[in-house]
Design a protein around this ligand. Structure first.
Ligand SMILES: [Zn+2]
Length: 93
């Protein structure tokens, strides 16, 4: 798997790891660190990796373009985009 992901002008390192925690110490599905430029995806979930990755990519886009999205907006955008891409694979091959 390619571990480099270019988002805007920045290149993120992507890793899939066990036991991801957020800043408050809660278990998390993914993390996007815009200082270290890395995205971490949990391997301990049945949620598809691309779906979690898309969520973290939207966090990175939010940072890159200064959108100031809140978490619920990131969640809705990621889930909606994932659904459109997944249910219309003729257009997104
Ligand atoms: Zn999030």
């Amino acid at each position: 798997m390619n571990t480099k992901l270019k988002i805007g002008s920045l290149t993120y390192e992507v890793d899939i790891l066990p036991f991801i925690r957020d800043d408050e110490g809660h278990e998390a599905l993914g993390r996007c660190d815009t200082d270290k430029l890395n995205i971490i995806i949990s391997q301990d979930t049945n949620i598809p990796t691309p779906r979690i990755l898309l969520h973290e990519v939207i966090h990175a886009i939010d940072y890159e373009y200064g959108l100031e999205l809140v978490e619920s907006q990131v969640r809705i955008l990621a889930n909606a985009l994932y659904q459109v891409i997944n249910d219309n694979d003729d257009f997104f091959e």
